[in-house]
Structure formats: structure tokens, C-alpha cells
Design a protein around this ligand. Structure first.
Ligand SMILES: [Zn+2]
Length: 265
């Protein structure tokens, strides 16, 4: 048995259950996926035990979200070859998730008023660099967000999220006007702040979050930010603790969807 096999086996011995569905773990999964980080350098400590189906099944969807995370980043860094590879990957695996580039001038005008996007005054609106996200993208983002909340729950609550839990998630682009307000209002309610990092490598502010968890009721909430790209917010709790939330979906549906996808392959 070589050294990496030893490390994997030790990890799975210490973490025998899949962080997402609770079945027997067989792989080490990265959440958020490595694709979400510049040059695939991911923060330390964000490895999770997963069964084959939960790890492999998420791949194409994670690629889609990674593409949008990198594309939506307005921190001024230039796209790298990783970005080109991601586009090629999504074009191959899930072309229905690529952005629509043929938006009308009117649709772009509406989008400009919704976002703080600075368009030079001498640039015609029709040429504004805005693309539309296909509706299908919600599925990719929803899976990404539900995996993220399950991973953070596993990490901070020291157990697999019960399948009977209800989960609700939401996202905003960082440049949306309402994003700043949301962040400032929600952060004080989530007292544990984490800035992820890697020893000897500066990964900057690519992924940081706040969370709160209650061990007695098993209620958990987080708000995560990816550079200047997206803000994700989510809550998970027992059915009986939901206060007026039709947008909560049972975590058990994630596993039903996963099993259905597994049956197709
Ligand atoms: Zn699983």
C-alpha cells in the first residue's frame, strides 16, 4: 500500500459515512470543488468523505458552477488557461448550461439597472458584456449549495446532516445591489467567521464564510462569499423548526435525485 493509499484509508476509517447521503464513504471529495479555485489550489481542511455516487454525480454540475464563479469575479484578475479549460469542459459535458450571449439591448438595459455594473458612457448598451444564465443553471447552483451546506454542517457539527432535515439556499451575485445589504444584515447573526487558507500558498479571499449551528436543535445556517463573485446563503433545520418557509426542500430529495441520476449512468 503506497503512502497516498494509506492516507486515503486512514481518512475513510476516521470518516466512514458519506457527508451528503450518509451511506458508506469510499472516496475523498472536495467541497467546494477544486475547480472553484484559481489554479485548482483549494483551501486546507475542505476534504470530505463521500460515496462514489455523491462524489462522481456532482462533477459536471460543479464544473458549471465553477465556470460561473470564475466568470462572475469582478476583482480584476485576468482569466487563466483554467478558465478556457472549464468552458471547454462545460461545452462537452453540459452545453445547455452555457450562458446565452445573444441578449437584446432592452434586456441588457434592464440588467444594467439591476446591477452596479459600470458601463463606459461611450459604449453602446447592445455591446455591454452581459450574458444571460439559462434557467437550467438553477439546478447546478442548487446542488452546489446543498452540497456546500452539508459539507459545512459535517465540518462544524461533527456529524452527517440528518436526511430528515429541511434545507433552503439562495444566491446573489456580489455586484447585485442587494448583496451588500444582505451580507451586512446577516453576518452579525452568524458569529463564527472563517477565512479559508492554505499553508505556504496565498489563496487570498477566494472563499470565506460565517456560520452558526445549534447542537441541540441541529439548526445550521451559513453565508459564504467567493471573491467578488457570488454570495451564497443557506439554512438547514428540522421540519418542526421551520418558520414560514415554502422554499425549504427535504434533504431526502437530494438523495432521491442522486439515486435517479445514478440509475441513468
Ligand atoms: Zn453519498
Amino acid at each position: 500500500m503506497d503512502a497516498s493509499k494509506n492516507r486515503k484509508q486512514r481518512f475513510l476509517d476516521a470518516h466512514p459515512l458519506c457527508f451528503f447521503c450518509g451511506r458508506q464513504s469510499a472516496t475523498i471529495d472536495h467541497v467546494p470543488s477544486r475547480e472553484c479555485f484559481r489554479d485548482r489550489v483549494w483551501p486546507e481542511g475542505y476534504e470530505f468523505p463521500a460515496c462514489y455516487a455523491c462524489n462522481n454525480g456532482a462533477g459536471p454540475m460543479e464544473q458549471v458552477v465553477a465556470l460561473y464563479l470564475l466568470m462572475g469575479n469582478h476583482d480584476g484578475t485576468r482569466p487563466t488557461s483554467q478558465f478556457e479549460k472549464l468552458i471547454a469542459g462545460v461545452r462537452n459535458n453540459a452545453p445547455q448550461f452555457l450562458p446565452k450571449v445573444d441578449m437584446s439591448a432592452n434586456a441588457k438595459k434592464r440588467a444594467l439597472s439591476q446591477y452596479n455594473f459600470p458601463l463606459p458612457t461611450d459604449q453602446p448598451i447592445a455591446k455591454a458584456p452581459i450574458v444571460e444564465l439559462p434557467d437550467k443553471n438553477r439546478e447546478a447552483f442548487r446542488l452546489f449549495e446543498r452540497r456546500l451546506i452539508c459539507a459545512l454542517y459535517y465540518l462544524h457539527m461533527d456529524e452527517v446532516m440528518p436526511l430528515t432535515h429541511m434545507i433552503r439556499t439562495h444566491r446573489l451575485q456580489a455586484i447585485q445591489k442587494s448583496a451588500d445589504q444582505l451580507v451586512h444584515e446577516v453576518i452579525p447573526m452568524l458569529p463564527n467567521g472563517i477565512v479559508t487558507k492554505r499553508q505556504n500558498t496565498n489563496i487570498g479571499d477566494q472563499f470565506f464564510y460565517n456560520w452558526h449551528g445549534d447542537h441541540e436543535t441541529k439548526m445550521f445556517a451559513f453565508l459564504a462569499q467567493f471573491s467578488l463573485s457570488f454570495v451564497f446563503i443557506g439554512a438547514a433545520c428540522r421540519v418542526e423548526d421551520i418558520a414560514g418557509g415554502e422554499d425549504y426542500l427535504p434533504h431526502s430529495t437530494d438523495v432521491i435525485i442522486r439515486d435517479a441520476a445514478d440509475g441513468i449512468r
